[in-house]
Design a protein around this ligand. Structure first.
Ligand code: NAD
Length: 497
């Protein structure tokens, strides 16, 4: 990148508090220059065709797998997550490269049909997809590879140029990705990382043809408002408060293992983390005993080698204050802390894996996104109460239901107001790239993955082909009373039955 930034910003290791290095804090002029170069380069990439683009993504997949140590070290260093949590990012990213390289052709192929419209009867119709041009991807700090760069892959496969604005907290992984794609033969200026904070993100919104945003609901709203000025389309993947429902007939060991993993992996800093649990009264005590024992056995600390610790650091300093505020608010309002409940003394930022009980919806730990290693567990009288409480939220990202009766599980799923529900599982739908993943309510707009996950980065064009045809159609000028009556009668016969 030839841009000379005037300012720099430190990147910190949250597990030690040390500054890793400084990166450029790009101005609006810097972003405008990147956008101009990207626009100049994009037509060539768009014309290269899907097979050529897939070749670059396949090379990138191999590059990623050949350089796992470099990626793992960078991700762990700037997030403070465990080595195993970082490995999960690599696994999903490799899968993403393979999926989009293999499926883009099918999703973006021309769709051909014949019209059954009475006015355009028999005409050949083609729906085709053109790259939208320049896509801006703005990402969060919790998954710097998968949630920031991950959404760039379908945008690139569709033939677009991309500017990635990673979180100012975790820009180093994105810079490594830039190096990787350049090594893999991606033409210059097709993918550029624009490092910086909110103002850099605003400049990206101003300069692109489409914004793919992942982050907090508050920032998502600001992005949408800003994009409205230029009528730039946006896709928003935002916060969540995912509920888990444990029915009396559930496999309690599986439910407890999933609750502990999906609530506390990545220190709970996962948009689709289990953030609140509702348990039917007859199995409440047994479930609680299992969860408590598992949480007590977790090891916490800086990311050492693979398998060294289960729970890592809190990546972003202000998040630690939110977690503390939620636990204190719960304590004040009558909740009990069965495990954890405090931040650890430095160096580094750590909050103990925590189990809260005697919680209710008057407490912020049950209604606001905590984004930390906390598991608030609430006893409910029956499944109906659990569904009502699960839906009592401004968020609607995902949910989990545990029951041995799959039909019952599906029936509960259909009553939950969110973008995805896993029955006897949690989070794993994220790796099902064939199915859309997106939030309802304040959790999102649009979705990633599946056909819509790549078509959103395209302009859609309908081409209607009229071959053999009379010199003048029935509905064309000049109008006549007789033809008007005939058309009226035909329409009444067709639609009046
Ligand atoms: P954030 O909203 O603070 O920041 C996200 C990104 O937006 C960062 O790159 C930031 O620099 C940028 N930004 C900030 N102000 C901006 C502005 N005015 N215009 C343009 N860009 C701006 O979010 P965060 O704290 O980095 O991430 C945590 C949040 O992300 C959580 O709420 C989490 O649930 C959510 N998240 C959602 C998903 C999902 O798929 N739904 C995935 C991961 C994270």
């Amino acid at each position: 990148m030839t841009t000379v930034a005037t300012r720099a910003r430190p990147v910190e290791d949250p597990a030690t508090g040390h500054v890793l290095r400084e990166v450029a804090d790009l101005s609006a002029d810097d972003v405008a220059a990147i956008a101009a170069r990207a626009r100049a380069a994009q037509p060539g990439w768009g014309a290269a065709g899907i097979a050529a683009r897939a070749t670059v993504m396949t090379r990138a997949r191999r590059w990623l797998m050949a350089n796992t140590d470099g990626f793992l070290e960078t991700i762990c260093a700037e997030t403070g997550k465990t080595r195993d949590d970082a490995q999960l990012e690599l696994t999903v990213q490799a899968q993403s490269f393979a999926f989009w390289a293999g499926h883009a052709k099918r999703y973006l192929a021309d769709e051909r049909t014949r019209s059954r419209s009475p006015i355009a009867f028999g005409r050949r119709v083609i729906v085709r997809y053109e790259p939208i041009g320049l896509v801006g991807v703005i990402g969060p700090w919790n998954y710097p590879l998968v949630n920031a760069f991950g959404d760039c892959v379908p945008a690139l496969m569709a033939g677009n140029a991309v500017i990635l604005k990673p979180s100012e907290v975790t820009p180093l992984t994105a810079l490594l990705v830039e190096e990787m794609l350049s090594d893999c033969g991606l033409p210059a200026d097709i993918f550029t990382v624009a490092t910086g904070a909110g103002p850099t993100g605003e400049a990206v919104v101003d300069k692109v043809d489409y914004v793919m945003f992942t982050g907090s609901t508050r920032t998502g709203r600001a992005v949408m408002q800003r994009a409205a000025a230029s009528m730039t389309p946006v896709s928003l993947e935002m916060g969540g408060k995912d509920p888990m429902i444990v029915c009396a007939d559930a496999d309690l060991d599986r439910a407890a293992n999933t609750a502990v993993f999906s609530g506390l992996c990545n220190s709970g800093q996962v948009c689709i983390s289990i953030e609140r649990i509702y348990v039917e009264a007859p199995v409440y005590q047994e479930f609680l005993a299992k969860v408590t024992a598992k949480v007590q056995s977790l090891r916490q600390g800086p990311p050492a080698g693979a398998g060294a610790v289960e729970v890592g650091a809190i990546t972003y300093a202000p998040q630690l204050e939110i977690i503390e505020r939620h636990v204190e608010d719960a304590r004040k309002k009558g909740a009990s802390v069965l495990v954890g409940g405090s931040r650890l003394n430095g160096p580094g930022r750590f909050y103990e894996p925590t189990v809260l009980v005697d919680v209710d919806h008057a407490m912020s730990c049950m209604t606001e996104e905590t984004f930390g290693p906390t598991l608030p567990i609430m006893r409910v009288g029956d499944v109906s109460e659990a569904i009502e409480l699960a839906n009592d939220s401004q968020y609607g990202l995902q949910a989990s239901v545990f029951t041995r009766d799959l039909e019952k599980g599906e029936a509960i799923a259909r009553k939950l107001q969110c973008g995805a529900v896993c029955v006897n599982d949690a989070q794993v739908n994220f790796t099902v790239f064939d199915a859309p993943m997106g939030g309802w309510k304040s959790s999102g707009l649009g979705s990633r993955h599946g056909a819509s996950g790549i078509r959103k980065y395209c302009r859609t064009q309908t081409v209607l082909l009229t071959g053999l045809a009379p010199k003048r159609d029935l509905h064309q000028f000049p109008y006549s009373a007789l033809r008007s009556r005939l058309i009226g009668t035909a329409v009444r016969r067709l639609y009046g039955r």
